[in-house]
Design a protein. Structure first.
Length: 349
């Protein structure tokens, strides 16, 4: 396994991060435990979850993934071997996250309740990286859309400095160690940087955004933020929800697959997406590579990626995904990948 420094922290996280959002619906508790056992044995020391999980979100399964991780910590005694990341829900009309049935928001009261609830489910007294799952302010769907919708920018929001102040207090209290963002834009990220510097508050260390061969919008603005502010990308959906494996081509719906079960793959069913997928799969095969491993290796190879969040529903998938660390993106292969990208730029932002 390879390791990279997380932001400006003293934490060295595995290049592969174990994503967990299927545990509690697609995967049982026992399967989640088995995945964590295997990942830890392979040198993965970084796990990512959220109070929202499992996916798709429902009132009945909310928090189930954190509970599975917590039961594993208790059974194995492995808390000190894992760098643990979780997330608080951003602004939402959903009312089943909070005890008083309030719509979700990033207010002091709600963040403090969310942290305490996550700590209880996770059976730990601290969280290494606490992330804002999405912004409190209104934003268009996706953090860097190629089509900007002005009508989605209106609505109430809690000031960034206020939210950051709550997180700073939680760091001082020892409940969380570091702070991260998710589904955030370049503008939003720099507002957090400015608030931190102006008020001496805890700095943001990471951004968890979608990044894959079909969505390289992070490179447009946020990659420079990573370089200059040392706020690293935790890349999610590196296989584009499995679409980059080719398993959904020609309308195929394999039994047990996420899109088959939940019909939530619209982000990767956009015009031009399937043409791009076919070209990336053909390229992988031309170079004698597994398409999934090539897609993951591309993400692994980006210097602004501090960790690549994989998710698997079977041990076979998990082993393939982790094995991507042994695949090299050669200069020739990168040139060919970029050639496809120039023709099919970000069809799935």
């Amino acid at each position: 396994m390879h390791y990279r420094r997380l932001g400006r922290t003293d934490l060295n996280v595995s290049l592969i991060c174990l994503g967990t959002m299927t545990w509690g619906q697609q995967n049982t508790e026992a399967e989640g435990h088995a995945q964590m056992d295997y990942a830890l044995d392979q040198g993965i020391n970084f796990f990512d979850t959220a109070e929202l999980y499992s996916i798709p979100p429902t009132a009945e399964t909310q928090g189930s993934t954190e509970r599975i991780i917590g039961s594993w910590f208790k059974a194995r005694g492995t808390r000190d071997k894992v760098i643990l990341a979780t997330k608080v829900t951003g602004r939402s009309e959903t009312t089943w996250f909070r005890k008083d049935s309030s719509p979700a928001e990033l207010s002091r009261k709600q963040i403090e309740e969310a942290v305490d609830s996550s700590l209880k489910r996770l059976q730990t007294d601290y969280i290494d990286l606490y992330q804002l799952h999405w912004p409190d302010r209104p934003m268009p769907w996706g953090s860097n859309p190629t089509i900007f919708h002005w009508d989605k920018q209106k609505g109430q929001s809690i000031a960034i400095a206020e939210t950051l102040g709550v997180l700073d207090d939680l760091v001082k209290a020892g409940k969380i160690r570091h702070v991260g963002l998710s589904n955030e834009s370049g503008w939003g990220t720099m507002k957090f940087v400015a608030a931190s510097e102006a008020k001496g508050l805890t700095p943001v260390q990471s951004i968890q955004n979608a990044y894959n061969l079909l969505n390289r919008t992070y490179e447009v603005a946020l990659a420079e933020v990573t370089m200059r502010e040392e706020i690293g990308l935790l890349a999610y959906s590196p296989l584009a929800q499995g679409y980059l494996t080719g398993k959904y081509l020609d309308g195929a719906r394999p039994a047990g697959a996420r899109t088959t079960l939940f019909n939530r793959g619209q982000r990767y069913q956009t015009p031009g997406a399937e043409d791009a997928i076919r070209k990336y799969i053909a390229l992988a095969r031309e170079f004698g590579l597994d398409p999934a491993q090539m897609a993951l290796a591309f993400v692994n190879s980006r210097p602004f990626v501090h960790s690549n969040i994989i998710g698997a529903t079977s041990m076979e998938q998990l082993k393939t995904d982790i094995g991507s660390i042994n695949v090299t993106i050669t200069p020739e292969l990168e040139e060919r990948i970029n050639g496809i990208h120039l023709v099919h730029q970000n069809p799935c932002p």
